[in-house]
Write a protein that binds this ligand. Structure first.
Ligand code: ADP
Length: 630
């Protein structure tokens, strides 16, 4: 029961001390309000109690009335001011009441009032309840008690207000009673300070903990950031490497290609010059025919090179070095190559001799284009570095596992110390070579790489001033295919087969007419655009339509869809003939439903192959085989 009462009492007290604190969100301000409330409450009660007690002791209303009716209510009034939100007024009021108490009781009770101790208490309270930034106010509050003390001393000295006449015993009693009160008040001030300091320490500690926590968080974030940035760096590095590889592959491919194209282009230029010279000369027909054949073969070389460039997607993927194996006759190929280069060599009276071992297999399996690039390179170098009247020998032989191609010349030769360097990119033996012969120094580097890609090796030996000897060794794969067929020997296609050609280019009409006649197709109709072509197809009812895709009036696509919609024409196989060079476009046309695709410039063999497949196919099966690429 008693604990319940004390709890309730304490709760009430706490309530009084907290009056007004809810009006502010600033913790410091709330603390100051609380101090004012506590001090006002405690001193209010003490003043009343002591007022009554002294009255009983001294029987003086001068003590009782101000204590009970002025000072005590004034103290409670300060609490009320706080509860109303007049914090400053209550703070200043509190100080003022204390000053009045000191002055009043100091004057009427004389030196027995422990005014010095009260002044100390007052100063402490002044510092507790004023804000640190209110400097002037703090100075005033602290100096007021001192002024009071001085004023009282003045009064005692000059006897302005006479103190009450008190006996020595009363004075002692009075002092004994006042002393604990003043000490208590000072204790109150000190404990409030202590509480303040504890609060501050707690705040500091929690701030410190928060700081440590946020520092740890920052460290964590920093570590995470460092990890992300490391990952990002790795990613960027990988991407850069990938890009670099793709870019290197592109650069290498382009420089190699331009070099490779230069060789056959030189041949073409040389042959055309020779052709011009030969025209009009007596008995030149056989020579001109030979040169035209060479011209054709060389142009074909370039065409193959250009075709290889067109596979752009492979370049992007860095896969330009794919070895493409096919069956071919190395004998025939070497004959052609030597023939072509002989035309150039003859211009400077250099002679190329081809010696192929009679036991060399008729057909082999290999990458014709790559091998061509290598041999062309060696031959054009030999011609370049061999002086007039000298010879170049090309030999071809084999053993059980390898085949060998040897290119020997009687040229200027290569100095021993330069023999290794010539296979490095952009190396040209000695600097005079570039001045005299031009070139990029890439040819042999390319040749070496290509030979190695094909699984072989290339070696050089040379005697300066006597000649150079290149030997290529490649794994031998003998093919079981039959020997080569000349274009003229292509089997004729079924007599009576009819073809409609739609193309806006008149020259292409002539070429196509010539090719078709050579493979046995005499019934061919020609239209300049899709509209004319459809009309012609209606009249001729052809077995196959060869259609250019870029035509005026009606484009290839539109024509294709119109043809597919006509009952009488929709069964006719349609082959796209186009200079759209990319593999993707070819696939697109086949996906559209075309029966075949021939890339321009048209090769008679390819044309023959495509038509042969379509003409010997059962007519009804034509639609079912739409996705077949030629
Ligand atoms: P380029 O394309 O400039 O001819 P190559 O890589 O084909 O470059 O040749 C590199 C160098 O090797 C030439 O500059 C030349 O000094 C030397 N070389 C190559 N082939 C022969 C040869 N048959 N006779 C003499 N020197 C040659």
């Amino acid at each position: 029961m008693s604990s319940l009462i004390s709890q309730t009492f304490r709760a009430r007290l706490q309530h009084i001390f907290k009056l007004g604190t809810s009006r502010t969100s600033v913790k410091e301000e709330a603390r100051r309000i609380r101090v004012v409330n506590i001090v006002s409450f405690a001193t209010g009660i003490l003043v009343a109690v002591y007022g009554i007690a002294f009255h009983l002791l001294l029987h003086s209303l001068l003590i009782l009335i101000p204590a009970v009716f002025v000072f005590c209510p004034a103290f409670f009034c300060m609490i009320w001011l706080n509860s109303r939100g007049y914090f400053n007024a209550s703070r200043i009021g509190l100080q003022a009441i204390f000053i009045l108490i000191i002055l009043y009781y100091g004057a009427i009770l004389g030196r027995v009032t422990e005014v010095q101790l009260l002044a100390v208490f007052l100063m402490s309270v002044a510092l507790l309840v004023s804000r640190p930034q209110e400097k002037a106010q703090r100075i005033i509050c602290v100096s007021m008690p001192i002024i009071c003390l001085v004023a009282l001393e003045f009064n005692y000295y000059f006897h302005i207000v006479e103190p009450l006449p008190l006996s020595a015993q009363t004075q002692n009693m009075y002092r004994w009673m006042v002393m604990p009160v003043v000490l208590f008040l000072n204790y109150l001030a000190i404990s409030l300070y202590q509480r303040n300091i504890m609060d501050l320490l707690r705040v500091l500690r929690s701030r410190n903990t928060a700081l440590v926590r946020s520092r740890n968080e920052v460290l964590d974030q920093r570590m995470q950031l460092a990890k992300y940035s490391e990952e990002l760096e790795d990613l960027v590095h990988d991407r850069t490497m990938a890009l670099q590889t793709a870019n290197d592959a592109k650069t290498r491919f382009i420089s190699e290609l331009s070099h490779e194209i230069r060789n056959p282009l030189n041949a073409i230029l040389g042959i055309s010059e020779l052709l011009t010279d030969a025209l009009g000369q007596p008995d030149s027909e056989a020579r001109i025919r030979e040169m035209a054949r060479n011209l054709h073969a060389t142009s074909h070389n370039i065409l193959e090179l250009v075709n290889s460039v067109l596979e752009l997607s492979k370049i992007e993927a860095g896969k330009t070095d794919e070895v493409k194996m096919s069956d071919f006759s190395l004998r025939e190929w070497l004959h052609n190559a030597v023939n072509i280069y002989q035309s150039i060599a003859s211009k400077k009276s250099v002679f190329i001799h081809l010696e192929i071992d009679s036991r060399f297999p008729e057909m082999i399996i290999g990458d014709k284009l790559m091998l061509g690039q290598v041999v062309n390179n060696l031959l054009s170098n030999s011609i370049k570095f061999t002086p007039a009247g000298k010879n170049i020998r090309v030999r071809c032989f084999h053993n059980l596992r390898n085949m060998f191609i040897q290119v020997c010349d009687e040229g200027r030769g290569i100095a021993a110390q330069q023999l290794n360097a010539i296979f490095k990119p952009f190396e040209q033996g000695d600097s005079d070579v570039y001045r005299e012969f031009g070139g990029s120094g890439l040819g042999l580097a390319i040749a070496k790489r290509k030979v190695e890609l094909m699984g072989g090796s290339i070696e050089v030996s040379s005697q300066q001033g006597e000649g150079t000897n290149f030997l290529i060794a490649l794994p031998l794969q003998v093919s079981t295919e039959n020997g080569p067929q000349a274009a003229g020997e292509l089997p004729l296609l079924p007599a009576g087969a009819k073809v409609v050609v739609m193309d806006d280019n008149a020259i292409d009409h002539t070429i196509m007419k010539h090719f078709l006649a050579r493979i046995g197709i005499a019934q061919a109709g020609f239209a300049k655009n899709g509209l004319e072509g459809i009309e012609l197809a209606r009249q001729m009812q052809p077995d196959v339509i060869l259609m250019d895709l870029h035509m005026p009036v009606m484009s290839g696509r539109e024509t294709f869809f119109n043809l597919r919609q006509e009952e009488l024409l929709k069964h006719i196989p349609i082959v796209a003939v186009s200079s759209d060079a990319f593999k993707e476009q070819e696939q697109e046309y086949i996906a559209m439903g075309m029966d075949g695709y021939i890339r321009k410039p048209v090769e008679i063999r390819v044309l023959h192959g495509v038509l042969e497949k379509l003409l010997y196919r059962a007519p009804n099966a034509a639609r079912g085989a739409q996705s077949h690429a030629c």
